[in-house]
Design a protein around this ligand. Structure first.
Ligand code: NAD
Ligand code: TYD
Length: 344
């Protein structure tokens, strides 16, 4: 392994992986390939901007020509695919881009990888492919039961990866991460959205009864989990990367408000997300057996993350303009108008 193509490396988790790999393995060349959609942000790569072993290419994973040219120009021998449309609520408003990137984009990467010939292909996937897990913990052999267009698009991408492994013998590894939080996360997902809204004293729209359960994983633990699967995973296998920190949404919201010193009156219960999965929970013994372990506990990780958002307003204030405000209006204006206070 000499040259790793990291697709989606300007996004939240991809950029954490790029920063980790560039600094930990100076002998490797890391090529970030990213379309820079609304979620892609070159500010996420500022900490490694002068690294001699990193290059950035702006491109779409669904564009055969551009992908082929990049494979050839950099003699790519390894692919780690983070590129995706990644937000459930946007997939409910507008599923189109999810099919293009999360399904067709994965196919294009696999096809170019097959023609060019590569060592290993890592597909970064999600616990959402297992669907709603009312009790127990998902293991890697469980069936897929995706419920949102986002989850279905990720499950479809994984199935393409499986078929290229079985049919063409490509060396593939899949990772399935749980809900991830940390610095540089686009402020549409629960924790960075609520943190930045609370800092401005604005309402926090909790969907439904707020009793849904998510399993929280720090982004650095997720990025190191993907690196571990890349280096030590067995070809053709999938690995769950879990935070093993199951928390109810309302509990996370209250904790976030108390750490920031903000009042619970900011909480607004709003109409639920359609098809909202009640609970995600995974078993990650398989990756642990390969030697991966987490470094963050949820409460400490959340505290450190909230401090980062407090100290890095330069990063998120410029995001919360333009397209973001249009999305906010579509997603939240009516919901908040129909919302109820915590006391009522
Ligand atoms: P993100 O939305 O922050 O970043 C996605 C990145 O992909 C952006 O930089 C974007 O510009 C890029 N991109 C989108 N479409 C592209 C295209 N067609 N071609 C090239 N680049 C494109 O997402 P994230 O939260 O960092 O998630 C990264 C991966 O991890 C995704 O595959 C996601 O499904 C998976 N995942 C995320 C979580 C989570 O909680 N955020 C949990 C488990 C798995
Ligand atoms: P999210 O960060 O969108 O991740 P996912 O849907 O992939 O789990 O949401 C996490 C949880 O928080 C999920 O149960 C939906 C809930 N949620 C809200 O209650 N209000 C919000 O405004 C958002 C964005 C999420």
């Amino acid at each position: 392994m000499k040259t790793i193509l990291v697709t989606g490396g300007a996004g939240f988790i991809g950029s954490a992986f790029v920063r980790h790999m560039v600094t930990t393995y100076p002998e490797l060349t890391i090529v970030t390939y990213d379309k820079l959609t609304y979620a892609g942000n070159l500010d996420n790569l500022l900490p490694i901007k002068d690294a001699p072993n990193h290059a950035f290419v702006r491109g779409d994973i669904a564009d055969h020509e551009a992908v082929r040219e990049t494979f050839q120009r950099y003699s790519v021998d390894t692919v780690v695919n983070f590129a995706a449309e990644s937000h459930v609520d946007r997939s409910i408003l507008d599923p189109d881009a999810f099919i293009r990137t999360d399904v067709i984009g994965v196919y294009v990467l696999l096809e170019e990888a097959r023609r060019h010939g590569i060592g290993r292909f890592v597909q970064v996937s999600t616990d959402e492919v297992y669907g709603d897990v009312r009790e127990g913990f998902s293991v890697e052999t469980d069936p897929f039961m995706p419920n949102s267009p986002y989850a279905a698009s990720k499950a479809s991408g994984e199935l393409m990866v499986r078929s290229y492994h079985v049919t063409y013998g490509i060396d593939t590894v899949v990772t399935r991460g749980s809900n991830t939080y940390g610095p540089y996360q686009y402020p549409e997902k629960l924790i960075p959205f609520f943190a930045t809204e609370a800092l401005d004293g604005r309402p926090l729209p909790v969907y439904g009864d707020g009793q849904q359960v998510r399993d929280w994983l720090h982004v650095d633990d997720h990025a190191r989990g993907v690196a571990h699967a890349l280096l030590h995973g067995k070809s053709g296998e999938a690995y769950n990367i879990a935070g093993e920190a199951l928390r109810v949404n309302l509990e996370v919201t209250r904790l976030l408000l108390s750490i920031l010193g903000k009042d619970e009156s900011l909480i607004k219960f709003v109409p639920d997300r359609p098809g909202h999965d009640r609970r995600y929970a995974m078993n990650c013994d398989k990756l642990k057996a390969l030697g991966w372990e987490r470094r963050y506990d949820f409460e400490d990780g959340l505290r450190a993350t909230l401090t980062w958002y407090q100290e890095n307003e330069w990063w998120w204030r410029k995001i919360k303009t333009g397209e973001y405000l249009e999305y906010y209006r579509r997603q939240y204006a009516e919901r908040l108008a129909a919302g109820q206070d915590v006391s009522s």
